[in-house]
Ligand binder design. Sequence first.
Ligand SMILES: [Zn+2]
Length: 297
Amino acid sequence: MTERRKKAIIRRRIFIALLAVLLAVLIALIAVIVAVIKNGSNTNNNNSSDISFVSSEQNLSEPDDSSSQEDTPSEPEVFVTPTGVELDADFGRLLLINGENALPDDYDTKVREYLVEIDPQYRNNNYVTQIHKDVYPYITAMVAAAQADGVDLRVWSPFRSYAIQNDLFQKQVNRVGGDEEKAATVVARPGTSEHNTGLCADFNMASDTFESTPMYTWMCENAENYGFILRYPKDKQHITGVIYESWHWRFVGINNAKLINELGLTLEEFIEMKNFDPAMDMYGDDSASNTAEQIID
Ligand SMILES: [Zn+2]
């Protein structure tokens, strides 16, 4: 073999080897590309099947959950009492009446058409016998439930006219030697008493002895379920302006009462917390019915 032929054979072998390498690289490349495409389409499939299905499920279920939570308040929340009475838990009466927030002068006459007689089975006083019709189903259901529990709860003093309130106030003024300021911490002036609204009641004997009765214990445990709060608690006179009255309970609504008790607030503090100013916002939150006009409208 000549030197030239040997070189030619070597060159051809190198060429074939190079071609083989190139082919191998090409095949490898194609394999990689195919693998990548396959993989990609697989994960896409995964996404569109499993993951997107899950997420679409979540998308369906999540807004459903939240919307049903949002919907709940708009549907009346019903509390069924042990005696079978259905009460709307959302209904509220947050009208604030105290020494600084008096009722309008014409409230006393306008409220009359909204008053209803409390059936004698629920009360132990024939002198004052009426309550605001909005409160009637709640107070009667509460007294009936207490009586079903063997507790002799009775309404003593519900609605009082300005005239009756004035008599009580003047008697108290005389009792404390003419000091009207001092008298007002025990008996409110006409138009500044919750009793003038028809939204509250004193129970049984309207005296300090009420605190040590089973009726008071029952009220502390159950009154909020009927929308009533202890309006003038111990150690809150600096806020309410009224001495501790274990017998005086005010209707605010079931959900309001539960929240007020949970937060440990007076009505003054609760309304302030809601950033409601009765003087500034006479026709504010109608769901709460905060104004005197709304109570007799
Ligand atoms: Zn009272």
